[in-house]
Design a protein around this ligand. Sequence first.
Ligand code: GTP
Ligand code: MG
Length: 299
Amino acid sequence: MSIEDPQYCGYVALVGRPNVGKSTLLNNLLGQKISITSRKPQTTRHRITGIDTRDQYQSIFVDTPGIHQTQTNAMNRYMNRAAASTIADVDVTVFIVDRLVWNEEDELVVKSLANARSPIILAINKVDRIVEKNRLLPHIQTLATKFSWADILPISAKNGYNVDALRAAINKRLPEKPHFYDEDQITDRSERFMAAELIREKLMRQCGDELPYQVAVEIEEYKLVNNIVHIHALIWVERDGQKKIIIGKSGEQIKSIGTDARKDIEIMTDQKVMLKLWVKVKSSWSDDERMLKSLGFEE
Ligand SMILES: Nc1nc2c(ncn2[C@@H]2O[C@H](COP(=O)(O)OP(=O)(O)OP(=O)(O)O)[C@@H](O)[C@H]2O)c(=O)[nH]1
Ligand SMILES: [Mg+2]
């Protein structure tokens, strides 16, 4: 690349209802795990930035919490706001849907796109799991009538199918601007934040459907001593029963969560990690504005 080559740079929102594969797509676009994923809806709670710089192009991707209908507590309302305010600010939006499904929650997202000033690309995700492939084309034709999409692309965020085509469709629409971040920067989130997220991912994945969404992770201590990262983390739940599930029979469950999280944090930091976890109960923390603030739920 020579100094005279123009540079293109912009913000790209990844939006959609819960569980359609937004975070999986972010990780695939970056070739690195930045955002946590799980089988359960409402895994992502905060805006997560992932920066992808290739030659002249820099996309600043913003993964968002899934937009959902039920806003039962302050945390849910925060999540919807985080997604909606992102849509208003970006240069390109990728709206993600799941295979051949189109439901009320997808409609809700489309409504929130109405005020967007950016072009909107529709990505039909998880096509690797569509059994009746011949239904895809008519489905695309139906979706084409729902909005004036800039592009429609069937993709698989999991196996990478058409992800490069999506990247090309995005690059084409980035404004001509100097790059905002250094080319080796991949996120604007701290290691401390990412460590808390990785612990929460293991909780979401391992505790299956028994564990409700009212679980949060707070890092109490994060320090490097003699080339070892020492982390103390608190796991907040709302009821004693939830604490029991996380700890498991003779502490086996929490041990396994800790082991899995430690391995991922070691990969992320490229350091040896000592991780200590505690579970604490505080009723209705997810509806407590003060508590949410201290856990980083702030705009
Ligand atoms: N088969 C298949 N599964 C996928 C694909 N993309 C995502 N998934 C799976 O779908 C589930 C949800 O993925 P996430 O990336 O966490 O979805 P999300 O949209 O970020 O969800 P929220 O953060 O909860 O809104 C996970 O189990 C993923 O492995 C895909 O292209 N194919
Ligand atoms: Mg997500």
